[in-house]
Design a binder for this molecule. Structure first.
Ligand code: SF4
Ligand code: SF4
Length: 430
């Protein structure tokens, strides 16, 4: 667990610290991999304070530039957190890249992440190496039947699971994540969204299960019914119900009593309203080049014929290495990719081969190479389109011009979005 002196500076983990220290959320996690029935990330209003709401989603480089600005103006801020607007590990490349940049620029800043826990597992060592000292995992149920009423679906890689199967997988991953975080000495808070008539009589079971895995604290958050969600018409839990539920949770571990249901772009002291000025700052940084800080000279591309980004990474026997000459992309060389069949070593070797590349453009990449390359600091971008246009966009820090290729195996069961990197329809992280 983080040293007491450190915890005394985290406004969420210490009741006293909230009067002295602030936090800033870096909204770099734009997508989600599950659908919570209370969550809607589609609305932005500076006056609205709830998880999932942000005025802009930033790239890692934009986020660190924004953070520099915030910290110069707000010396009372002790923590930088990533809490949405989606889940940080639905887009792990952005999350890990942001944490790396922030840690390099601000070695003493407390780092914090809030997640649904589904896909954090492969990144536990990386988080520990980056001294991410605080993680919040939202666990709403540890029983599949209860969870099936809370979640529409869970997407694990290319597979989309509905109902009890989804809830079962999610609960198991969440409990494993808590154990894994505690094994790495990370301070863990568990959020539970209290939904009357659905999980309000189940919070004790959640508290017991997470306490057994070593969780440090629990935050019982009242449901905030949001329009266009399955729970839009449910009542908010009464203060009396929340008090009862917290008392039940306290039988197993301490509870947080001062949660202010922060936005994904919250900045300042807990409860400090989002001002038009703060929202404007965020928009200013969102307009900066995406990767302004990356000085690696090359961009790698997987292509079948050398004109389009159109090859799956697993099929590429070589990648094209583009540089820049007179401001235009220029093909410099071809580099062979490591032979298949060596598991993770193949991707570690590829990361070493591409050490001087700021991005790898592919039509699609599997989960294993995505995770390994991301951990090794290579940004893998899935896209399709003309190579020179895509490479130019990377150098200019613009969004890629081509769409991501459709992921045929995503059934999108219960999914209200496209199914490809679908935006879940709501929120309660943080
Ligand atoms: Fe994803 Fe929203 Fe659930 Fe958070 S609350 S895990 S953003 S669906
Ligand atoms: Fe971390 Fe959540 Fe507090 Fe933000 S609100 S600093 S993510 S615990």
């Amino acid at each position: 667990m983080a040293a007491d002196t450190e915890r005394a500076q985290h406004p969420c983990f210490s009741g006293d610290a909230r009067h002295k220290f602030g936090r800033v959320h870096l909204p770099v996690a734009g997508k989600c991999n599950i659908r919570c029935n209370y969550c809607n990330r589609k609305y932005d209003c500076a006056a609205e304070s709830r998880p999932g709401v942000t005025s802009a989603v930033l790239s890692p480089a934009q986020a660190v530039a924004y953070l520099e600005d915030v910290l110069a103006r707000r010396p009372d801020i002790s923590v930088a957190g990533i809490a949405g607007p989606g889940d940080p590990f639905a887009t792990p490349q952005e999350t890990i890249a942001t944490l790396r940049l922030v840690r390099a620029a601000f070695p003493d800043l407390l780092l914090c992440v809030a997640t649904n826990g589904l896909r954090i597992g492969p990144y536990l060592d990386t988080l520990a190496a980056l001294a991410v000292g605080y993680v919040t995992v939202t666990v709403n149920a540890v029983d599949a039947a209860v969870g099936a009423r809370l979640y529409g679906w869970v997407r694990d890689g290319a597979e989309v699971l509905p109902g009890p199967k989804a809830a079962d997988l999610l609960a198991n991953r969440q409990l494993e994540a808590i154990s894994g975080l505690k094994a790495r000495d990370v301070t863990v808070k568990v959020n539970v969204i209290v939904v009357p008539g659905v999980n309000d009589d189940h919070v004790g079971a959640v508290a017991q299960a997470v306490a057994e895995r070593g969780a440090d604290m629990m935050n019982c958050m009242p449901l905030y019914p949001v329009a266009d969600t399955p729970f839009a018409d449910l009542p908010q839990p009464s203060p009396e119900l929340i008090a009862e539920v917290r008392a039940e949770a306290r039988r197993f571990l301490p509870t947080m009593e001062h949660c202010t249901r922060c936005r994904a772009d919250a900045v300042g002291m807990l409860g400090e309203p989002m001002t038009a000025e703060a929202s404007g700052k965020l928009s200013d940084y969102a307009a900066l080049p995406l990767d302004a800080g990356d000085t690696r000279p090359y961009v790698a591309v997987a292509s079948r014929e050398g004109a389009l980004v159109n090859q799956h990474l697993g099929e590429a026997a070589h990648v094209l290495i583009y540089g820049q000459a007179d401001g235009a992309p220029r093909l410099c060389e071809m580099r062979p990719t490591p032979a298949p069949g060596t598991g993770v070593s193949r991707w570690l070797e590829l990361a070493a081969t591409l050490h001087d590349c700021r991005a790898l453009l592919v039509s699609r990449a599997g989960e294993a190479p995505m995770e390994v390359l991301t951990r090794e600091g290579i940004a893998v971008r899935e896209t399709c389109g003309v190579i020179v246009d895509s490479v130019s966009a990377i150098y200019a820090g613009r969004p890629l011009p081509g769409p991501a290729a459709p992921r045929a195996s995503c059934s999108g069961d219960g999914c209200s979005e496209s199914g490809d990197g679908c935006l879940g329809a709501g929120n309660g992280c943080g």
